[in-house]
Ligand binder design. Structure first.
Ligand SMILES: [Zn+2]
Length: 394
C-alpha cells in the first residue's frame, strides 16, 4: 500500500523543466513516482487535483514566525502549510539572547518546516530599534548559538537601518559578516530604511554590498526607501550588479514597507535579476499589504514574470539559497514529499505596493492543498474577508 497519490493536476517543476499533466505518488514522506495516469488502486489516500497546478512545496525565504515572543510574529503554520507554503525562513526575529524558544516551543508545535536566520542584535526584534550601538552585538554568543543550533539556524541577519547606521556605519555589517563566517553560515542583509524618509540620513547599501560574498542574501531588493538600489540618477547602482555577478542571492521580500513597483521596473530594465519571491509576513502584514505568499506570486505575474518563473522563484531558487536544493524545491523521485497545489484564477485584480502605487493583473494564484513530508493539509480561509484572492478592480 502506497501512502498518497496527488492525481490529475498539471505539474510545474522548473528544476526538471517539467510542465505537463502528471500524477505524483508519495511513500514514507518521500516522492516515489511521478508519471502520467498512475493507477489509484493500492493508495491509502488519493487527492484529486484535476484542473489545478502541482508544484514543489513553496519556500518563503523571509517571514517572522516567532509567535508569542515577537509582538508581530505570525504562527508558522498560518504562514506555512495553511497558506500553501511548506518551508518558512524566519528572518532574524530572534537574537542570541532570545533564540532558545524557537527549538523548544515553536518548532515542535508546528507542522511547517522552519529555518532561522539569527539576528546580529542580541535581542533580535523583541525590541526596536534592534541595533543602536556596538553593545547590542555579542559576537561570541551569536557564534555559540549558531553552532549549537545547526541545521535550524542557517544564517545571520542584519537590518541596515536605524540609529546603528550613523553611529557604527558599515562596521556593523562587518561584525555581522564576521559572526556569519565564524559560525559557518550565510549573511542576510535587509536594505531600505523607512526611518530616514525625508531626511538626508546616511545609508549603507553601496558600502555594504562589496562585503557580501557568493551565497549571502540581500532582502527587500525592490525597496523604495532610502538605501534602495536605484541611484539619484535613476539608474541601478553598479554595486548591486557586481554583487549579482559574484553570486549574492537577491530576494524580494515585500513586507509592509519595502516594495516599490517603480523600483522593480527600473531594476529589471537595468539588468537586475531577482532570484526569489518572499513575503516578510507578520500578523499586521497578513492583514495589510502583504497578505500571502500566493498573492506575492500573483504580483510578479502582474509585473510580467511567467508562471514558470514565479514557481522557480518560490521553490528551487530559495531551496538553493539555503543549500537545501538536494532535498527541497523539486518533485524528483526520492526528494522530500513537499507539494503545493494551487489554483490559477482569471479575473481583474489590483495590487498595492508600499509606496502608494498600484498595478493591475488578470491572473491570481490561490492555495488548494498542501503536502508536507507526505502529510496533507487544507489551507485555511485566507487573509481577506473573501478568502485568498487579491483586491478586485472596482
Ligand atoms: Zn523582515
Amino acid at each position: 500500500m502506497t501512502d498518497l497519490l496527488v492525481k490529475g493536476g498539471e505539474v510545474i517543476d522548473p528544476a526538471q523543466n517539467i510542465r505537463e499533466k502528471l500524477d505524483v505518488a508519495v511513500k514514507d514522506g518521500v516522492i516515489s513516482q511521478v508519471a502520467a495516469d498512475i493507477d489509484p488502486s493500492g493508495f491509502a489516500q488519493v487527492v484529486n487535483v484535476a484542473g489545478k497546478i502541482v508544484i514543489p512545496g513553496m519556500i518563503d525565504l523571509h517571514t517572522h514566525v516567532y509567535e508569542g515572543v515577537n509582538q508581530t510574529g505570525v504562527s508558522p503554520d498560518v504562514a506555512g502549510v495553511l497558506s500553501g507554503v511548506t518551508t518558512v525562513v524566519d528572518a532574524g526575529s530572534a537574537g542570541c539572547y532570545s533564540f532558545g524558544g524557537f527549538p523548544k516551543f515553536v518548532v515542535p508545535n508546528n507542522k511547517t518546516r522552519i529555518v532561522c536566520m539569527l539576528h546580529i542584535s542580541r535581542v533580535g526584534l523583541n525590541y526596536q530599534p534592534d541595533l543602536s550601538r556596538r553593545e547590542d552585538i555579542d559576537i561570541e554568543e551569536t557564534v555559540n548559538v549558531i553552532k549549537a543550533n545547526k541545521p535550524l539556524i542557517q544564517g545571520v541577519k542584519i537590518r541596515a537601518v536605524g540609529p546603528g547606521v550613523p553611529r557604527m556605519g558599515v562596521e556593523m555589517i562587518r561584525l555581522a559578516k564576521q559572526a556569519a563566517t565564524e559560525g559557518g553560515v550565510r549573511l542576510m542583509v535587509h536594505i531600505g530604511d523607512r526611518s530616514i524618509v525625508g531626511t538626508d540620513g546616511p545609508t549603507l547599501t553601496q558600502e555594504l554590498l562589496p562585503l557580501l560574498e557568493n551565497g549571502d542574501i540581500i532582502t527587500h531588493l525592490f525597496s523604495g526607501n532610502p538605501g534602495r538600489i536605484i541611484g539619484s540618477d535613476g539608474k541601478v547602482i553598479p554595486e548591486i550588479l557586481e554583487a549579482q555577478e559574484r553570486g549574492v542571492f537577491l530576494d524580494t521580500a515585500h513586507g509592509r514597507q519595502n516594495f516599490s513597483f517603480d523600483v522593480a521596473r527600473q531594476a529589471l530594465e537595468g539588468g537586475v535579476r531577482p532570484r526569489s519571491i518572499s513575503t516578510d509576513l507578520t500578523i499586521p502584514g497578513r492583514q495589510n499589504t502583504v497578505h500571502s505568499m500566493t498573492e506575492m506570486l500573483s504580483r510578479f505575474l502582474a509585473l510580467g514574470f511567467s508562471l514558470e518563473e514565479v514557481v522557480r522563484m518560490s521553490t528551487i531558487n530559495p531551496a538553493s539559497a539555503l543549500d537545501m536544493d538536494d532535498r527541497l524545491g523539486t518533485l524528483q523521485v526520492g526528494r522530500v514529499a513537499d507539494i503545493s497545489v494551487l489554483s490559477e484564477e482569471t479575473g481583474s485584480w489590483v495590487f498595492h505596493d508600499t509606496q502608494g502605487d498600484t498595478l493591475t493583473g488578470d491572473k491570481a494564484l490561490v492555495p488548494v492543498v498542501t503536502v508536507k513530508d507526505g502529510e496533507v493539509f487544507s489551507p485555511d480561509w485566507g487573509p481577506r474577508p473573501w478568502g485568498w484572492l487579491p483586491d478586485s478592480v472596482s
